[in-house]
Design a protein around this ligand. Sequence first.
Ligand SMILES: [Zn+2]
Length: 170
Amino acid sequence: MTERTCIVCREKREKKELFRIAKLDESRYRFDKKQIAQTRAVYICKTHECIKRVSKNRKINLPTEDLISMLNMLKTENKNYLKILKAMKGSEFLTFGINLVINEIEHTHFLILAEDISEKNDKKIITLAKERGIPYVHYGMKKELGEIFNKSEINVVAVTNKKIAKGMIE
Ligand SMILES: [Zn+2]
């Protein structure tokens, strides 16, 4: 069994429980999502705690997009967003559909995009999300998201309540 030590909490874990962070030079790091970079590397637990701590660590400078991407991977590995949405489908804090979501983007705290959303719509929504630092995941197919709200297809769902969004992310 290959074990590595988390650079944040110093715990030893199996490689699959850790994110690989490529070390480009003394101060620059990048999340090695596909685990292929031929560079030296450090490892971080796949936990919110360690990602949060590394984001505050001045010695390990990871681009914000890498932190978001790690958080997103964590979410998809741990959460069933279809189930969560089903449970809260009557909530006033959910908005769905491209146009409504764009209208509500200023009040949006979390976004769930269909995995089969068109490239154009994906780019449109993600650009807005990045500008505003809104976390997002790709989860479920348009049809699956649609079924929850009795529509044929839904491209994107926005969570417009901060507390609920936080609960869904953590
Ligand atoms: Zn750790």
